[in-house]
Design a protein around this ligand. Structure first.
Ligand SMILES: Cc1cc2nc3c(=O)[nH]c(=O)nc-3n(C[C@H](O)[C@H](O)[C@H](O)COP(=O)(O)O)c2cc1C
Length: 205
């Protein structure tokens, strides 16, 4: 039963480009047959706890006796279990102030645990080789290279930390309807190309 973990983070609903693109990938995944299942996780509607203690970053054996609040430990175990149950992951990443959404950073801070999901004192990399797709959207053009900044640390965590086979799909100029200088046709063409890429990945990962 190949399982896709479908993560959305946009604060917007229907008009969100990343939501439309992650949905296109998930639909193509489902279309491969009834055994291709999808688990949806909406970090905007159901935000993970923001990290408040460094103990969260470590497994119990490396916490030096520091305690982790029981609710946080339970949220962390659930998030890691959900991630480890997935054969592939797609994550929608709207750009907010040149960065990933705070809810997604909080999720990464929960699931990136050296010695458990990434190598540290032991060579743990249980997600090695599994597919991950980051789908980025931004309102402006990417002439300033902002995607490299907003997606860069995520790519490093997934690719180098988790060892996942990580791809990136982006669409820019999404505010062209409000700022015509961005080029509505360029924006539409880019979104169509990103949709085609998302569908192709969902059909082939
Ligand atoms: C709080 C906030 C900050 C934003 N910051 C940027 C930014 O730094 N650069 C940019 O190009 N667009 C920025 N945008 C525009 C979004 O990236 C754009 O609307 C994008 O399409 C959001 O993804 P979504 O369509 O999936 O919601 C920002 C939007 C919001 C709401």
């Amino acid at each position: 039963m190949p399982a896709l973990l479908h993560i959305d983070t946009s604060v917007d609903g229907e008009r969100s480009r990343t939501r439309r693109l992650t949905a296109a990938l998930a639909d193509a995944w489902r279309a491969r047959g009834p055994e291709y299942t999808v688990v949806a996780r909406d970090l905007h509607l159901d935000p993970p706890p923001v990290m408040t203690a460094s103990a969260q970053h470590w497994p119990e054996r490396l916490r030096g006796g520091e305690l982790l609040e029981a609710g946080v430990a339970a949220a962390q175990a659930a998030a890691i279990d959900e991630l480890l149950a997935a054969d592939a992951v797609v994550i929608g990443v709207p750009m907010y102030n040149y960065a990933m959404p705070a809810t997604l950073k909080a999720w990464i801070d929960l699931v990136h645990v050296p010695g458990v999901t990434a190598p540290f004192d032991v060579d743990a990399q249980p997600l090695a080789g599994r597919a991950a797709v980051l789908i980025g959207a931004r309102g402006g053009s990417d002439e300033d290279g902002g995607f490299a900044h907003a997606l860069g640390s995520l790519e490093l965590t997934l690719r180098e930390g988790f060892g996942m086979d990580t791809r990136v799909v982006t669409t820019s100029r999404t505010l062209a309807h409000r700022v015509p200088e961005l080029g509505p046709q360029l924006a539409a063409d880019e979104f169509e190309a990103a949709s085609a890429r998302a569908r192709a990945l969902g059909a082939s990962l």
